[in-house]
Design a binder for this molecule. Structure first.
Ligand SMILES: O=C[C@H](O)[C@H](O)[C@H](O)COP(=O)(O)O
Length: 221
């Protein structure tokens, strides 16, 4: 089965996890785009959404799904998003679409985070997918140097400005032995808005789309 088909299946499968009358946090990317299509079929049953990117907001509004301001809501019970890589500890690399910072905010605020992926995103070790880092433009050369010192090959994403007006450095070939340590280290560098490592806020549930159906993995600490 083609990857797009698997993304579509999991994007629709997650609908049954939505409690009517609640506000849903919406991630970004192609898997989420299928999820938004499915969400539109129950749009009258939810209170609204908060969105992690301009791209998702445009799609939500086009489908007449209400988009609310995170600062004007009390609780966010559920956040649904894809990932570029996820390991068996439910730690992720995200930000292939550049929406990592707003995604991390919503994932952190939400009580529950459901990650929707096709099986190709499951990895033993994070880091085959280049690690995106959102940075303030002034810090570009400094962060490139720091990432080289860490053994990575940083590449500034061409012609790309984030929804927050910043730039993205994609770091290739990082040997990520301790994802928690690396997330903390990169996030502590001046000029870094956030690294696309999600280790403090992991997924609570992962729905994995496979050729044999959608598998559900729940996090147990
Ligand atoms: O910034 C983008 C997000 O982190 C996406 O969740 C991630 O890139 C996965 O996207 P897709 O579902 O298109 O593979």
């Amino acid at each position: 089965m083609k990857q797009e088909k698997l993304k579509k299946i999991v994007g629709h499968a997650v609908i049954k996890y939505i409690k009517y009358g609640t506000i849903i946090g919406i991630g970004s990317g192609s898997t989420v785009s299928y999820f938004i299509d499915a969400l539109s079929t129950i749009k009258n049953k939810i209170k609204g959404t908060v969105s992690s990117s301009e791209e998702s907001t445009i799609k939500l509004k086009k489908l007449n799904i209400p988009v609310l301001d995170l600062n004007k809501i009390n609780t966010l019970s559920l956040y649904i998003d894809g990932a570029d890589e996820i390991n068996m500890n439910m730690q992720m690399i995200k930000g292939g679409g550049g929406a990592l910072t707003r995604e991390k905010i919503l994932a952190t605020v939400a009580k529950k985070f459901i990650c929707i992926v096709d099986f190709s995103k499951i990895v033993k070790k994070l880091g085959t997918f280049p690690l995106p880092i959102e940075i303030i433009p002034m810090a570009k050369n400094y962060i490139i140097k720091e990432m080289k010192n860490l053994g990575g090959q940083p590449i500034c994403r061409k012609n790309f400005i984030t929804d927050n007006g910043n730039i993205i450095i994609d770091v290739h070939n990082l040997n990520i032995i301790n994802p928690v340590f690396l997330e903390n280290l990169i996030n502590s560098l001046p000029g870094v808005v956030t690294a696309g490592l999600f280790t403090k806020r992991r997924a609570d549930i992962v729905l994995i789309s496979t050729k044999n159906g959608v598998k559900n993995i729940s996090f147990k600490s």
